[in-house]
Ligand binder design. Structure first.
Ligand SMILES: O=C(O)c1ccc(O)c(O)c1
Ligand SMILES: [Mg+2]
Length: 629
């Protein structure tokens, strides 16, 4: 499998782009003419610089407004192309992309256009070069790959072939399976991009909103399956015009791009096993079985307050680590690790971020297979020295500052609580009825959201839900949920556009994106609320206005609304189900807990309630006894 990426995808000057592209593991680049022209070096020097990075120039592009012109424009187009042929030979590439004409004088007629390409093929052949024709979705006469293919077919020249681009095909809602009947050796190059489904002008959508395969809503997998089924065995190249990426970190965007290609081609190989492209053999997407633990990094003062909060939520100290200053608190299947050890990752994370959730443990079928797949997708494995009697639990770095550890039942990893922890006699008030972790919510800058969602989607069997906009008094927060099919793993990604939002302040104050809240599930939220009241839990009060509006909006019975009001429970409904939520006050830099009950398959996250929750959190600040550190 040969991977490539267009230089337009990445921020920086050509040198910075090449460094990022090479570091991410690509084999080649599509050199965009603009990136070459604006760079101050000769074509030969640029070619050498690309090859010094271990990259090939798989394509030169774009050449515009070539086909279907009347004279004298036609002759001028051929002259222009001869100049570009010179340049290509200096750069050291043999393939140029001609995109379908938008020239006002361009004439239609398949045979006229095919004739132009046949003549061009002759000129290219003399120099050992090749020309690929791409239908732009907004081309004047050709805007469909089937028409571009008909032009190429009739040109009937070995140096003329077709270039397909997933955006132009899928953006126009053309059935990608129509590609299957094209001979693979006549497809000279394949460009891949995804995009979010937004109704807008095709050209504007293409030039500003494309994103990496898997990051948007187009069925790029189906498109790529169709291409691979033709026998095509050339490079798969990303061509992503995106305003945000152009201003983003070159390394991060290049890594996302490479990850998206590995993920995509792995999916394609599984669906079309007989393809000519050699795709590396990696474990399939990992099915998450649940959240095994959440770990806080804390100092002693913070840990004392956290313990009090956990106790008020019905958690009990369940074990103390055999060698480190680490405790595990438990309720139902939920485990919260409190790490105050003066060494190791948690300590470093605490120095950088203060009290924070530095680690999330997931239960999977095979921890080994999980890190193997993660490594193939470009994730960074994490290791730290293991003490006597301790287990080596496979881990990777997440996209932000935190770690992900993987626990499985296949090995003895699942017994870590027995092996590394001394049990503590459970005592204290009765538990609060919390059973498991319903979801974890990560807060990040809006620009990081696609990186995070690709990270989860490519590694785990998870699907994206539609993005919802949450209005915070300080700005907009976009929220997107990712879920495994049975709900064993639910993560919400909350992207803050400004630091004036509650979520944005959390990022600024804690120096980076991480888990901001954890939601625990209960089977009976009213019983939980009553139990927690007895154990001194300080919940987030909900204003009276909320309940007046709720009863008017949903036509609920007064007695039911009274019960919600008394316990400060927020409520939502969807087609079949109901959702109950209550919140803790915030602590640290704005961390909090949520308690939820899902009834009859409610599928959302209570988005209509988020503005009320945020307003109350902003108004009230941290709980008494839980000062901001
Ligand atoms: O937006 C464009 O003009 C443009 C140029 C070249 C391409 O390959 C493409 O897909 C779009
Ligand atoms: Mg293209």
């Amino acid at each position: 499998m040969r991977t490539s990426i267009a230089t337009v995808c990445i921020a920086g000057d050509l040198r910075e782009k090449l460094a990022a592209i090479a570091a991410a593991g690509f084999d080649g680049i599509e050199i965009f003419e603009q990136d070459f022209i604006t760079f101050d070096a000769s074509p030969r020097e640029v070619g050498a610089m690309v090859r010094d990075h271990g990259l090939e120039i798989s394509l030169f592009q774009p050449f515009r407004d070539f086909e279907g012109l009347p004279e004298p424009e036609r002759a001028r187009a051929f002259d222009r192309m001869e100049r570009k042929f010179d340049l290509m030979q200096e750069l050291g590439t043999d393939l140029v992309l001609v995109c379908s004409s938008v020239h006002p004088k361009a004439l239609g007629g398949v045979d006229r256009m095919a004739g132009d390409f046949r003549d061009l093929g002759e000129r290219a052949a003399r120099r050992g070069l090749r020309v690929g024709y791409e239908a732009l979705a907004w081309g004047k006469n050709v805007w469909d790959h089937r028409d571009a293919w008909e032009v190429v077919r009739r040109a009937d020249h070995p140096n003329i072939g077709l270039i397909v681009d997933s955006f132009h095909t899928l953006g126009r809602k053309i059935d990608p399976d129509t590609i299957r009947s094209i001979p693979g050796d006549k497809i000279f190059f394949v460009q891949l991009a995804d995009a979010p489904m937004i109704e807008m002008d095709l050209l504007y959508w293409s030039r500003h909103f494309r994103n990496m395969p898997g990051e948007g809503d187009l069925d790029v997998t189906r498109f790529t399956r169709a291409v691979a089924a033709t026998g095509y065995d050339g490079p798969f190249s990303l061509e992503v015009f995106n305003d945000q990426f152009r201003g983003g970190s070159p390394r991060a965007i290049a890594l996302d791009g490479h990850r998206s290609l590995v993920y995509l081609l792995d999916q394609v190989k599984r669906a079309e096993p007989d393809i000519a492209v050699e795709v590396p053999d990696i474990p399939p997407r990992i099915r998450p079985e649940g959240v095994a633990f959440i770990e806080f990094a804390a100092n002693e003062d913070e840990a004392a307050l956290l313990r009090a909060l956990l106790a008020s939520l019905g958690f009990r100290l369940a074990g103390k680590h055999i060698a480190k200053q680490v405790e595990v608190w438990q309720q139902g299947e939920i485990r919260i690790v409190v790490n105050t050890d003066p060494e190791g990752f948690a300590h470093t994370a605490h120095i950088a971020h203060g009290l924070n959730i530095c680690d999330v443990g997931l239960t999977v079928e095979s921890a080994q297979a999980t890190v193997e797949r993660a490594a193939a997708l470009g994730a960074t494995p994490f290791r730290q020295p293991v003490g006597p009697g301790e287990l080596e639990i496979p881990a990777i770095r997440g996209v932000g500052s935190g770690l992900l550890h993987f626990i499985d039942r296949q090995s003895n990893l699942n017994d870590v609580w027995k092996i590394e922890f001394t049990p503590v006699e459970r005592e204290g008030a009765p538990e609060g009825g919390l059973t498991r972790i319903d979801h974890i919510a990560q807060t990040m800058n809006y620009e990081e959201m696609l990186t995070w969602s690709l990270f989860y989607i490519s590694l785990f069997e998870t699907e994206k839900l539609a993005t919802v906009d949450v209005v915070d008094p300080g700005g907009l927060v976009r929220s997107q949920a990712l879920e495994s099919p049975d709900g064993a793993l639910r993560v919400t990604l909350n992207g803050a556009e400004t630091h004036r939002t509650f979520a944005g302040r959390f990022i600024a104050d804690s120096f980076g994106s991480s888990v901001q809240h954890v939601a625990f599930a209960t089977d009976d939220i009213f019983a939980t609320a009553a139990a927690l009241k007895d154990s001194g839990f300080a919940g987030l009060p909900v204003p009276e206005n909320y309940y007046d509006d709720l009863s008017a909006r949903l036509g609920l019975e007064a007695a039911f609304v009274d019960r919600l009001r008394e316990a400060n429970i927020l409520y939502d409904q969807d087609a079949g189900g109901a959702f109950y939520q209550m919140y803790s006050r915030t602590f640290g830099d704005g961390i909090f807990f949520e308690i939820v009950q899902r009834e009859n398959g409610y599928g959302g996250y209570g988005a209509p309630n988020a503005p009320f929750r945020i307003a109350a959190q902003r108004r009230l600040g941290p709980a008494p006894g839980m000062p901001k550190f």
